[in-house]
Design a protein around this ligand. Structure first.
Ligand SMILES: Cc1cc2nc3c(=O)[nH]c(=O)nc-3n(C[C@H](O)[C@H](O)[C@H](O)COP(=O)(O)OP(=O)(O)OC[C@H]3O[C@@H](n4cnc5c(N)ncnc54)[C@H](O)[C@@H]3O)c2cc1C
Length: 498
């Protein structure tokens, strides 16, 4: 018995489905949505093939790196949404929130004992590869990991990724085919296999979170032993909030995307929703193309025809309005560059993993005197000599985001003002991943390591400390950006530190 698989599915334990299994278990870890989700589609295909019900397990640990109420809250929002949606559809969903570090150990294995097949998400970066490997060792049933990360499957069109240009060129050739094979829009709409029972012993030892506990008013995230105290923001997690943001962006802001990127606000503001898996990049593409009067399926044959002529160039690839093309290049080329690079290079967050020229140039300037030098704590509080840098950092701490353009400047200055490149590297990862709602993502890695020269080229003239890394200055940034009252809004040390 079996079902065919495409490039998105990796079989981690290749065993036949367990005939006596009571359900198909979908262990949702990274693709936190009930639509346009290839892993959910795959689990449902198994349900139909085997005639068994679906059980979805979504578990939230308390001891992941940079755990804090801010990250927890948005995940809890998503869980609350799933609980409500799934209850209406008469199937089984098990939201588990760990109350003490390590308390959730054994839950997956216990649930898998009754499963015919376990399907989970495949995702690069952060702790995902490690938890998959641990599950592979621990479970003794069929285990499949399914990739819903990008428009192009991670295993399609492999090859080195030195620059955005190289990936763009590869995508121009390979993407059209995959645009015609999206995950289902409403996979649960015709589900009729009923509820799966969860053993009493499991429910007692690992009780599921209730809808009251998951609701924002209950503030469960403040009652857990999390490593950091960074508070939640007013950004809501879940697919409904992400879709509302997408709608607003496409209707009101996309036509002025270039200008928006130079304003001290998020641009689309979708990176958080993409990071937590609340929204599929395909849904974003669909909404954007809809505004252009077309769809991914309609456009795919035209893209295939233009593939050779496009030659890796950004302009004209999609044959759409300029602002739309610019946005799609971020969503498609740059986003997938980071995801794919992290997937292919598991050590990409290690200092020294940058291109040789980029390592060599900062090494050559390691001992240069620093005009300014700050400790990680001074950076964290936004206490440098530069009001623009401080405002960007304080915005990150307070809001959980930083304006796109300032994010680059923020990283560049932090290198120049740190006592060593390694300290700059560690501080950037720490601040970004602790405070940014879209942090702990492969694009955190690609953004931070871009600042250190990855996917970039050397720039002359050579400068003290940063050598041939691309330079950026606050004075130029102030000229280019329309900062409005940004500096005033963020001129105080955040309350968290007072
Ligand atoms: C130092 C530094 C750190 C960064 N850390 C992160 C991070 O933790 N998480 C994160 O998702 N992005 C990160 N980026 C990339 C980029 O800054 C953010 O994706 C962007 O600011 C998110 O805002 P937005 O959704 O409004 O972007 P938009 O401009 O609306 O772009 C749409 C989408 O395209 C993708 N995207 C846009 N720019 C980039 C880029 N340069 N690289 C990769 N993908 C991109 C994102 O998914 C984004 O949501 C970082 C960049 C730098 C320089």
């Amino acid at each position: 018995m079996g079902i065919s698989r495409d490039l998105r599915t990796r079989v981690l334990r290749d065993q036949p489905p367990r005939a006596e299994g009571e359900y198909v278990l979908y262990w949702m870890t990274a693709t936190r949505r009930l639509e346009r989700n290839h892993a959910l589609d795959r689990a449902l295909d198994w349900c139909r093939e085997l005639g068994k019900p679906l059980l979805i397990l979504e578990a939230l640990r308390s001891d992941y790196r940079w755990a804090c109420p801010r990250h927890h809250r948005v995940i809890l929002d998503g869980m609350a949404e799933h609980l409500e949606a799934i209850d209406r559809r008469r199937l089984s969903y098990y939201p588990y929130v760990e109350r003490k570090p390590g308390a959730g150990k054994g839950l997956l294995a216990a649930m898998a004992k009754q499963a015919a097949v376990v399907v989970t998400d495949r995702h690069p970066g952060f702790h995902f590869p490690a938890i998959l490997e641990a599950a592979r060792k621990q479970l003794d049933c069929r285990l499949e990991a399914v990739d819903s990360v990008g428009l192009l499957p991670l295993d399609a069109a492999p090859g080195p990724l030195p620059s955005a240009y190289v990936l763009r060129r590869r995508m121009q050739k390979n993407l059209p085919d995959w645009l015609e094979r999206p995950a289902r829009e409403a996979p649960l709409a015709d589900y009729d296999l009923g509820r799966a029972g969860v053993e009493e012993a499991i429910q007692q030892r690992w009780p599921a979170a209730t809808s009251e506990e998951l609701a924002p008013g209950f503030a469960l995230e403040t009652k857990l032993p999390l490593a950091y105290e960074v508070p939640a923001t007013d950004w809501r997690g879940g697919t409904a909030a992400a879709r509302a943001r997408l709608r607003e962006f496409v209707d009101q802001q996309l036509p002025r995307y270039d200008a928006l990127r130079m304003e001290p606000t998020p641009a689309s503001g979708l990176s958080m929703a993409l990071h937590y898996g609340f929204l599929s990049p395909y849904s974003v593409l669909e909404a954007v193309l809809d505004a252009e009067g077309t769809s991914p399926q309609q456009l795919a044959p035209q893209l295939a025809e233009r593939a050779d002529a496009a030659r890796g160039k950004r302009a004209g690839w999609w044959g759409l309005r300029e602002q739309t093309e610019t946005f799609l290049d971020q969503l498609v080329t740059w986003r997938e560059l980071g995801q794919r690079f992290a997937d292919q290079n598991p050590d990409c967050e290690r200092w020294g993993s940058q291109p040789d020229w980029a390592v060599a140039t900062v090494e050559a300037h390691r001992s240069d005197p620093r005009e300014y030098s700050y400790t990680p704590q001074q950076f964290e509080r936004g206490e440098t000599h530069d009001p623009l840098w401080n405002a960007a950092q304080r915005c990150l701490v307070r809001e959980g985001w930083m304006p796109n353009y300032l994010r680059m400047l923020w990283g560049k200055h932090l290198i120049a003002w740190s006592p060593s490149p390694e300290e700059a590297w560690d501080t950037l990862f720490h601040l970004n991943n602790l405070y940014a709602l879209d942090g702990r993502d492969p694009n955190s890695m690609s953004g931070i390591t871009w600042v250190f020269g990855r996917f970039d080229r050397p720039f002359g003239p050579e400068r003290p400390v940063t050598g041939k890394l691309r330079p950026m200055s606050s004075a130029n940034t102030r000229r280019k950006m329309d900062l409005g009252d940004f500096l005033d809004r963020y001129d105080q040390v955040p309350r968290l530190f007072v």
